[in-house]
Write a protein that binds this ligand. Structure first.
Ligand code: ADP
Length: 423
Protein backbone atom coordinates (compact mmCIF):
# COMPACT_ATOMS: atom_id res chain seq x y z
CA UNK A 1 0.00 0.00 0.00
CA UNK A 2 1.24 3.47 -0.74
CA UNK A 3 0.57 6.56 1.30
CA UNK A 4 -2.40 8.56 -0.05
CA UNK A 5 -2.22 11.51 2.32
CA UNK A 6 0.84 12.73 4.20
CA UNK A 7 0.10 14.99 7.16
CA UNK A 8 2.44 17.15 9.20
CA UNK A 9 1.21 18.34 12.62
CA UNK A 10 2.78 21.22 14.51
CA UNK A 11 2.35 19.58 17.92
CA UNK A 12 1.82 16.12 19.36
CA UNK A 13 -1.74 16.49 20.64
CA UNK A 14 -2.66 17.89 17.24
CA UNK A 15 -1.16 14.83 15.59
CA UNK A 16 -3.12 12.35 17.73
CA UNK A 17 -6.26 14.47 17.22
CA UNK A 18 -5.81 14.31 13.42
CA UNK A 19 -4.87 10.62 13.43
CA UNK A 20 -7.93 9.81 15.59
CA UNK A 21 -10.32 11.64 13.26
CA UNK A 22 -8.83 9.97 10.16
CA UNK A 23 -9.06 6.58 11.89
CA UNK A 24 -12.82 7.07 12.39
CA UNK A 25 -13.12 6.20 8.68
CA UNK A 26 -11.86 2.68 9.31
CA UNK A 27 -8.71 3.31 7.27
CA UNK A 28 -5.22 2.45 8.51
CA UNK A 29 -3.50 5.47 10.04
CA UNK A 30 0.08 5.57 11.21
CA UNK A 31 1.42 8.23 13.55
CA UNK A 32 5.16 8.87 13.73
CA UNK A 33 6.72 10.95 16.47
CA UNK A 34 9.25 13.19 14.74
CA UNK A 35 10.60 12.50 11.26
CA UNK A 36 11.50 8.79 11.12
CA UNK A 37 15.21 8.09 10.80
CA UNK A 38 14.62 5.18 8.45
CA UNK A 39 12.93 5.16 5.03
CA UNK A 40 9.27 4.09 4.95
CA UNK A 41 8.45 0.40 4.80
CA UNK A 42 4.80 -0.63 4.46
CA UNK A 43 3.38 2.90 4.70
CA UNK A 44 -0.24 3.32 5.74
CA UNK A 45 -2.69 5.15 3.43
CA UNK A 46 -2.68 7.96 6.03
CA UNK A 47 0.67 8.86 7.51
CA UNK A 48 0.84 11.56 10.18
CA UNK A 49 4.13 13.01 11.40
CA UNK A 50 4.03 14.77 14.77
CA UNK A 51 6.47 17.65 15.13
CA UNK A 52 6.92 20.09 18.02
CA UNK A 53 7.28 23.27 16.01
CA UNK A 54 4.37 25.50 16.99
CA UNK A 55 6.56 27.98 18.83
CA UNK A 56 9.97 26.96 17.44
CA UNK A 57 12.10 29.58 15.64
CA UNK A 58 10.68 30.02 12.12
CA UNK A 59 13.74 28.56 10.32
CA UNK A 60 13.72 25.46 12.57
CA UNK A 61 10.01 24.91 11.95
CA UNK A 62 10.47 25.25 8.19
CA UNK A 63 13.44 22.86 8.11
CA UNK A 64 11.64 20.20 10.17
CA UNK A 65 8.49 20.48 8.07
CA UNK A 66 10.56 20.05 4.89
CA UNK A 67 12.26 16.94 6.30
CA UNK A 68 8.81 15.54 7.15
CA UNK A 69 7.60 16.37 3.63
CA UNK A 70 10.56 14.51 2.09
CA UNK A 71 9.83 11.43 4.19
CA UNK A 72 6.12 11.49 3.30
CA UNK A 73 6.97 11.87 -0.39
CA UNK A 74 9.25 8.87 -0.18
CA UNK A 75 6.28 6.99 1.34
CA UNK A 76 4.42 7.74 -1.90
CA UNK A 77 2.22 10.64 -0.74
CA UNK A 78 1.14 13.09 -3.42
CA UNK A 79 -1.32 15.06 -1.32
CA UNK A 80 -0.37 16.74 1.93
CA UNK A 81 -2.00 18.31 4.96
CA UNK A 82 -0.42 20.90 7.28
CA UNK A 83 -2.23 20.59 10.59
CA UNK A 84 -2.29 23.31 13.24
CA UNK A 85 -4.52 24.13 16.18
CA UNK A 86 -8.23 24.81 15.78
CA UNK A 87 -7.62 28.07 17.65
CA UNK A 88 -4.92 29.07 15.09
CA UNK A 89 -2.26 29.19 17.83
CA UNK A 90 0.72 31.07 16.48
CA UNK A 91 3.07 33.88 17.31
CA UNK A 92 3.24 37.03 15.11
CA UNK A 93 6.26 35.43 13.39
CA UNK A 94 4.48 32.19 12.63
CA UNK A 95 4.65 29.30 12.28
CA UNK A 96 1.42 28.60 10.43
CA UNK A 97 2.11 30.88 7.44
CA UNK A 98 5.88 30.37 7.04
CA UNK A 99 5.58 26.57 7.10
CA UNK A 100 2.67 26.63 4.64
CA UNK A 101 4.69 28.83 2.27
CA UNK A 102 7.72 26.58 2.58
CA UNK A 103 5.67 23.45 1.83
CA UNK A 104 3.97 25.21 -1.10
CA UNK A 105 7.38 26.16 -2.50
CA UNK A 106 8.65 22.58 -2.25
CA UNK A 107 5.48 21.22 -3.86
CA UNK A 108 5.24 23.88 -6.56
CA UNK A 109 1.75 24.78 -5.24
CA UNK A 110 0.43 28.23 -6.18
CA UNK A 111 -2.37 28.26 -3.65
CA UNK A 112 -3.57 26.65 -0.44
CA UNK A 113 -6.55 26.95 1.92
CA UNK A 114 -6.60 27.63 5.67
CA UNK A 115 -9.51 26.39 7.74
CA UNK A 116 -9.08 25.76 11.48
CA UNK A 117 -12.81 25.10 12.04
CA UNK A 118 -13.68 22.06 14.20
CA UNK A 119 -17.48 22.31 14.59
CA UNK A 120 -17.77 19.25 16.86
CA UNK A 121 -15.51 21.04 19.35
CA UNK A 122 -17.16 24.43 18.92
CA UNK A 123 -14.59 26.05 16.63
CA UNK A 124 -16.08 27.79 13.62
CA UNK A 125 -14.97 30.39 11.10
CA UNK A 126 -17.45 32.99 9.86
CA UNK A 127 -16.53 35.94 7.64
CA UNK A 128 -12.91 35.12 8.37
CA UNK A 129 -13.41 35.39 12.13
CA UNK A 130 -12.66 32.44 14.39
CA UNK A 131 -15.15 31.60 17.12
CA UNK A 132 -14.68 29.40 20.19
CA UNK A 133 -18.25 28.37 20.91
CA UNK A 134 -20.21 31.63 20.67
CA UNK A 135 -17.22 33.76 21.60
CA UNK A 136 -14.72 35.40 19.29
CA UNK A 137 -11.26 33.88 19.63
CA UNK A 138 -9.74 37.08 21.06
CA UNK A 139 -12.46 37.26 23.72
CA UNK A 140 -12.07 33.57 24.66
CA UNK A 141 -9.62 32.26 27.29
CA UNK A 142 -7.14 31.79 24.40
CA UNK A 143 -6.31 35.47 24.83
CA UNK A 144 -4.32 34.41 27.92
CA UNK A 145 -2.46 31.40 26.49
CA UNK A 146 1.02 31.24 28.07
CA UNK A 147 2.91 30.88 24.76
CA UNK A 148 0.55 31.97 22.00
CA UNK A 149 -1.93 34.52 23.38
CA UNK A 150 -4.52 35.09 20.63
CA UNK A 151 -5.53 38.77 20.70
CA UNK A 152 -7.17 39.03 17.25
CA UNK A 153 -10.01 36.89 15.86
CA UNK A 154 -9.64 37.90 12.21
CA UNK A 155 -7.73 35.13 10.44
CA UNK A 156 -6.92 37.25 7.39
CA UNK A 157 -5.28 39.82 9.68
CA UNK A 158 -3.49 37.11 11.68
CA UNK A 159 -2.12 35.30 8.63
CA UNK A 160 -1.10 38.29 6.47
CA UNK A 161 2.05 39.23 8.44
CA UNK A 162 3.14 35.58 8.49
CA UNK A 163 3.32 35.15 4.70
CA UNK A 164 4.82 36.93 1.69
CA UNK A 165 1.95 36.13 -0.72
CA UNK A 166 -1.51 37.71 -0.83
CA UNK A 167 -4.22 36.50 1.59
CA UNK A 168 -7.90 36.23 0.64
CA UNK A 169 -11.19 34.91 2.02
CA UNK A 170 -13.89 32.60 0.74
CA UNK A 171 -16.86 33.28 2.97
CA UNK A 172 -19.72 31.12 4.18
CA UNK A 173 -22.07 32.43 1.49
CA UNK A 174 -19.82 30.94 -1.18
CA UNK A 175 -19.27 27.71 0.81
CA UNK A 176 -23.06 27.34 1.10
CA UNK A 177 -23.28 27.25 -2.72
CA UNK A 178 -21.25 24.03 -2.78
CA UNK A 179 -17.92 22.55 -3.86
CA UNK A 180 -18.08 23.73 -7.48
CA UNK A 181 -18.67 27.33 -6.35
CA UNK A 182 -15.73 27.15 -3.93
CA UNK A 183 -13.56 25.54 -6.62
CA UNK A 184 -14.45 28.34 -9.06
CA UNK A 185 -13.76 31.02 -6.44
CA UNK A 186 -10.38 29.46 -5.63
CA UNK A 187 -9.53 29.71 -9.35
CA UNK A 188 -10.67 33.35 -9.49
CA UNK A 189 -8.52 34.16 -6.48
CA UNK A 190 -5.54 32.27 -7.97
CA UNK A 191 -5.98 34.29 -11.14
CA UNK A 192 -5.75 37.46 -9.00
CA UNK A 193 -2.55 36.12 -7.41
CA UNK A 194 -4.08 35.18 -4.05
CA UNK A 195 -1.97 32.30 -2.72
CA UNK A 196 -3.42 31.96 0.80
CA UNK A 197 -7.16 31.54 1.16
CA UNK A 198 -8.97 31.51 4.50
CA UNK A 199 -12.22 29.57 4.09
CA UNK A 200 -15.26 29.88 6.36
CA UNK A 201 -16.83 26.76 7.88
CA UNK A 202 -19.42 26.46 10.63
CA UNK A 203 -20.55 22.84 10.23
CA UNK A 204 -19.06 19.50 9.18
CA UNK A 205 -20.88 19.70 5.82
CA UNK A 206 -18.90 22.88 5.04
CA UNK A 207 -15.66 20.98 5.60
CA UNK A 208 -16.72 18.30 3.12
CA UNK A 209 -17.52 21.06 0.61
CA UNK A 210 -14.10 22.63 1.09
CA UNK A 211 -12.21 19.32 0.92
CA UNK A 212 -14.05 18.42 -2.31
CA UNK A 213 -13.30 21.85 -3.77
CA UNK A 214 -9.59 21.42 -3.06
CA UNK A 215 -9.32 18.28 -5.21
CA UNK A 216 -6.54 19.84 -7.34
CA UNK A 217 -4.55 21.14 -4.37
CA UNK A 218 -1.38 19.29 -3.41
CA UNK A 219 -1.52 20.96 0.02
CA UNK A 220 -4.39 21.75 2.34
CA UNK A 221 -3.94 23.37 5.72
CA UNK A 222 -6.21 23.52 8.73
CA UNK A 223 -7.38 22.03 11.97
CA UNK A 224 -7.86 18.29 12.12
CA UNK A 225 -11.55 18.44 11.18
CA UNK A 226 -10.83 19.66 7.63
CA UNK A 227 -9.00 16.38 6.98
CA UNK A 228 -11.89 14.29 8.31
CA UNK A 229 -13.82 14.14 4.98
CA UNK A 230 -10.73 13.09 3.00
CA UNK A 231 -10.93 9.30 3.60
CA UNK A 232 -14.54 9.21 2.36
CA UNK A 233 -13.64 11.33 -0.67
CA UNK A 234 -10.70 9.05 -1.47
CA UNK A 235 -12.94 6.01 -1.08
CA UNK A 236 -15.49 7.56 -3.43
CA UNK A 237 -12.72 8.17 -5.97
CA UNK A 238 -11.70 4.49 -5.72
CA UNK A 239 -8.25 5.35 -4.33
CA UNK A 240 -8.87 3.99 -0.83
CA UNK A 241 -10.13 0.44 -0.50
CA UNK A 242 -8.83 -1.04 2.75
CA UNK A 243 -10.61 -1.10 6.11
CA UNK A 244 -9.04 -2.23 9.38
CA UNK A 245 -10.77 -3.32 12.55
CA UNK A 246 -10.32 -1.14 15.65
CA UNK A 247 -7.26 -1.99 17.73
CA UNK A 248 -7.96 -4.02 20.87
CA UNK A 249 -6.83 -2.31 24.08
CA UNK A 250 -3.59 -3.83 25.37
CA UNK A 251 -3.67 -5.72 28.66
CA UNK A 252 -1.91 -3.27 30.98
CA UNK A 253 -0.98 -3.31 34.66
CA UNK A 254 -2.95 -0.85 36.85
CA UNK A 255 -0.28 1.88 37.27
CA UNK A 256 -1.16 5.26 35.78
CA UNK A 257 0.00 8.87 35.97
CA UNK A 258 -1.78 12.09 34.99
CA UNK A 259 0.39 15.06 33.95
CA UNK A 260 -1.04 18.47 33.18
CA UNK A 261 1.05 21.36 31.86
CA UNK A 262 -1.81 23.07 30.08
CA UNK A 263 -3.19 26.31 31.53
CA UNK A 264 -6.28 26.42 29.33
CA UNK A 265 -9.63 27.17 30.89
CA UNK A 266 -10.78 23.58 30.27
CA UNK A 267 -7.59 22.05 31.74
CA UNK A 268 -8.08 24.18 34.87
CA UNK A 269 -11.59 22.76 35.18
CA UNK A 270 -10.39 19.21 34.51
CA UNK A 271 -7.70 19.48 37.18
CA UNK A 272 -10.24 20.88 39.67
CA UNK A 273 -12.64 18.02 38.93
CA UNK A 274 -9.87 15.45 39.44
CA UNK A 275 -8.74 17.09 42.70
CA UNK A 276 -12.35 17.03 43.91
CA UNK A 277 -12.15 13.25 43.67
CA UNK A 278 -9.45 13.26 46.35
CA UNK A 279 -6.79 11.80 44.06
CA UNK A 280 -3.15 12.13 45.15
CA UNK A 281 -1.71 15.25 43.57
CA UNK A 282 1.21 17.63 43.46
CA UNK A 283 1.18 21.17 42.12
CA UNK A 284 4.34 22.41 40.40
CA UNK A 285 5.42 26.00 40.94
CA UNK A 286 7.80 27.27 38.24
CA UNK A 287 9.43 29.81 40.59
CA UNK A 288 10.12 27.16 43.21
CA UNK A 289 11.50 24.78 40.57
CA UNK A 290 13.76 27.53 39.18
CA UNK A 291 15.13 28.20 42.67
CA UNK A 292 15.34 24.74 44.20
CA UNK A 293 15.25 22.25 41.33
CA UNK A 294 12.88 19.28 41.06
CA UNK A 295 14.26 16.84 43.66
CA UNK A 296 11.32 17.38 46.04
CA UNK A 297 8.96 16.54 43.17
CA UNK A 298 10.80 13.31 42.40
CA UNK A 299 10.86 12.39 46.12
CA UNK A 300 7.08 12.86 46.26
CA UNK A 301 6.54 10.78 43.12
CA UNK A 302 8.72 7.94 44.41
CA UNK A 303 6.34 7.48 47.36
CA UNK A 304 3.16 7.31 45.29
CA UNK A 305 0.92 4.33 44.68
CA UNK A 306 0.49 4.48 40.90
CA UNK A 307 -2.69 2.41 41.11
CA UNK A 308 -4.26 5.65 42.45
CA UNK A 309 -3.32 7.47 39.21
CA UNK A 310 -1.68 10.49 40.90
CA UNK A 311 -1.82 13.90 39.23
CA UNK A 312 1.16 16.23 38.83
CA UNK A 313 0.15 19.59 37.43
CA UNK A 314 1.36 23.10 36.71
CA UNK A 315 -2.06 24.12 35.44
CA UNK A 316 -2.76 27.59 36.79
CA UNK A 317 -5.02 30.58 36.31
CA UNK A 318 -3.81 33.41 34.01
CA UNK A 319 -2.69 35.72 36.87
CA UNK A 320 -0.38 33.03 38.32
CA UNK A 321 1.03 32.28 34.85
CA UNK A 322 1.67 36.00 34.29
CA UNK A 323 3.49 36.24 37.63
CA UNK A 324 5.75 33.27 36.79
CA UNK A 325 6.44 34.66 33.34
CA UNK A 326 7.26 38.11 34.72
CA UNK A 327 9.87 36.54 37.00
CA UNK A 328 11.34 33.94 34.65
CA UNK A 329 10.35 34.90 31.09
CA UNK A 330 7.60 33.03 29.23
CA UNK A 331 9.75 30.48 27.46
CA UNK A 332 11.94 29.75 30.51
CA UNK A 333 8.86 29.24 32.72
CA UNK A 334 7.33 26.95 30.09
CA UNK A 335 10.58 25.03 29.64
CA UNK A 336 11.02 24.36 33.39
CA UNK A 337 7.51 22.94 33.63
CA UNK A 338 7.81 20.89 30.45
CA UNK A 339 11.14 19.38 31.50
CA UNK A 340 9.91 18.59 35.02
CA UNK A 341 6.74 16.90 33.77
CA UNK A 342 8.78 15.01 31.16
CA UNK A 343 11.16 13.74 33.86
CA UNK A 344 8.17 12.75 36.02
CA UNK A 345 6.71 10.78 33.10
CA UNK A 346 9.98 8.90 32.68
CA UNK A 347 10.22 8.19 36.39
CA UNK A 348 6.58 7.07 36.66
CA UNK A 349 7.07 4.79 33.67
CA UNK A 350 10.14 3.25 35.32
CA UNK A 351 8.01 2.75 38.46
CA UNK A 352 5.46 0.81 36.38
CA UNK A 353 2.97 3.38 35.04
CA UNK A 354 1.78 2.02 31.71
CA UNK A 355 -1.13 4.45 31.23
CA UNK A 356 -0.07 8.04 30.85
CA UNK A 357 -2.58 10.88 30.55
CA UNK A 358 -1.08 14.21 29.43
CA UNK A 359 -2.79 17.60 29.10
CA UNK A 360 -1.16 20.25 26.91
CA UNK A 361 0.30 20.23 23.41
CA UNK A 362 3.83 21.40 24.23
CA UNK A 363 3.72 19.34 27.40
CA UNK A 364 2.79 16.25 25.40
CA UNK A 365 5.73 16.85 23.08
CA UNK A 366 8.15 16.97 26.00
CA UNK A 367 6.64 13.90 27.70
CA UNK A 368 6.54 11.79 24.54
CA UNK A 369 10.14 12.65 23.72
CA UNK A 370 11.25 11.79 27.27
CA UNK A 371 9.54 8.41 27.00
CA UNK A 372 11.38 7.74 23.72
CA UNK A 373 8.17 7.03 21.79
CA UNK A 374 8.65 6.95 18.01
CA UNK A 375 5.35 5.53 16.76
CA UNK A 376 1.81 5.46 18.10
CA UNK A 377 -1.11 3.22 17.11
CA UNK A 378 -4.46 4.92 17.35
CA UNK A 379 -7.01 3.42 19.75
CA UNK A 380 -10.52 4.51 20.77
CA UNK A 381 -11.48 8.18 21.13
CA UNK A 382 -12.08 9.38 24.70
CA UNK A 383 -13.47 12.74 23.58
CA UNK A 384 -13.68 14.29 20.09
CA UNK A 385 -10.09 14.66 18.89
CA UNK A 386 -8.52 12.82 21.84
CA UNK A 387 -7.86 9.11 21.29
CA UNK A 388 -5.96 6.68 23.46
CA UNK A 389 -2.74 5.76 21.64
CA UNK A 390 -0.76 2.56 22.13
CA UNK A 391 2.98 2.20 21.82
CA UNK A 392 6.05 0.20 22.80
CA UNK A 393 8.44 1.78 25.25
CA UNK A 394 11.59 -0.22 25.96
CA UNK A 395 9.83 -3.49 25.14
CA UNK A 396 6.74 -2.67 27.25
CA UNK A 397 3.31 -2.00 25.80
CA UNK A 398 1.91 1.29 27.10
CA UNK A 399 -1.04 3.60 26.49
CA UNK A 400 -0.75 7.35 26.15
CA UNK A 401 -3.39 9.99 25.68
CA UNK A 402 -2.31 13.46 24.64
CA UNK A 403 -5.01 16.06 25.23
CA UNK A 404 -4.91 19.45 23.64
CA UNK A 405 -5.55 22.10 26.30
CA UNK A 406 -9.06 22.98 25.28
CA UNK A 407 -10.42 19.54 24.47
CA UNK A 408 -12.51 17.12 26.51
CA UNK A 409 -15.11 17.74 29.19
CA UNK A 410 -14.49 18.42 32.90
CA UNK A 411 -14.34 14.72 33.75
CA UNK A 412 -11.74 13.98 31.06
CA UNK A 413 -9.02 12.51 33.31
CA UNK A 414 -11.39 10.01 34.93
CA UNK A 415 -13.09 9.33 31.58
CA UNK A 416 -9.72 8.50 30.06
CA UNK A 417 -8.76 6.05 32.80
CA UNK A 418 -12.19 4.41 32.85
CA UNK A 419 -12.31 4.18 29.08
CA UNK A 420 -9.18 2.07 29.01
CA UNK A 421 -10.45 -0.20 31.79
CA UNK A 422 -13.55 -1.17 29.87
CA UNK A 423 -12.48 -1.05 26.22
P1 ADP B 1 -2.11 23.87 25.67
O1 ADP B 1 -2.43 22.59 24.96
O2 ADP B 1 -3.16 24.30 26.65
O3 ADP B 1 -1.71 24.94 24.70
P2 ADP B 1 0.70 23.53 26.22
O4 ADP B 1 1.36 22.42 26.97
O5 ADP B 1 0.85 23.49 24.72
O6 ADP B 1 -0.84 23.55 26.62
O7 ADP B 1 1.25 24.95 26.66
C1 ADP B 1 1.25 25.37 27.98
C2 ADP B 1 2.61 25.99 28.26
O8 ADP B 1 2.50 26.70 29.49
C3 ADP B 1 3.71 24.95 28.42
O9 ADP B 1 4.91 25.41 27.84
C4 ADP B 1 3.84 24.85 29.94
O10 ADP B 1 5.11 24.40 30.35
C5 ADP B 1 3.58 26.29 30.35
N1 ADP B 1 3.13 26.39 31.75
C6 ADP B 1 2.42 25.47 32.44
N2 ADP B 1 2.16 25.91 33.68
C7 ADP B 1 2.74 27.12 33.79
C8 ADP B 1 2.80 28.07 34.85
N3 ADP B 1 2.24 27.81 36.03
N4 ADP B 1 3.47 29.22 34.60
C9 ADP B 1 4.01 29.46 33.40
N5 ADP B 1 3.98 28.61 32.35
C10 ADP B 1 3.34 27.44 32.54
Amino acid sequence: MTCLLGAIADDFTGATDLAGLLARSGARVSLRIGVPQTPPTDPAPFEVIALKIRTAPVATAQAEALAALDWLRSAGAQRFFWKYCSTFDSTPQGNIGPVAETLMGALGARQTVYCPAFPENGRSVYMGHLFVGRTLLAESPMRDHPLTPMRDSNLVRLLAPQVTGAVGLIDRLCVARGADAVHAELRNLAHDGVAHVIVDAVADADLTTIASACRDHALMTGGSALAMPLPALLRKGGMLTDTVSPLPAPDLPPGAIVLSGSCSDMSNRQVAAYLAQGRPNLRLDPLNLAQHGADAVFDWLKKQDLAQAPLIYATSQPDAVRAAQAALGASQAGEIIEQTLAACARMAFDMGARRVVVAGGETSGAVTQALGVTRLDIGPEIAPGVPWCYCDIGGHRAALTLKSGNFGTESFFVDALEHLEVS
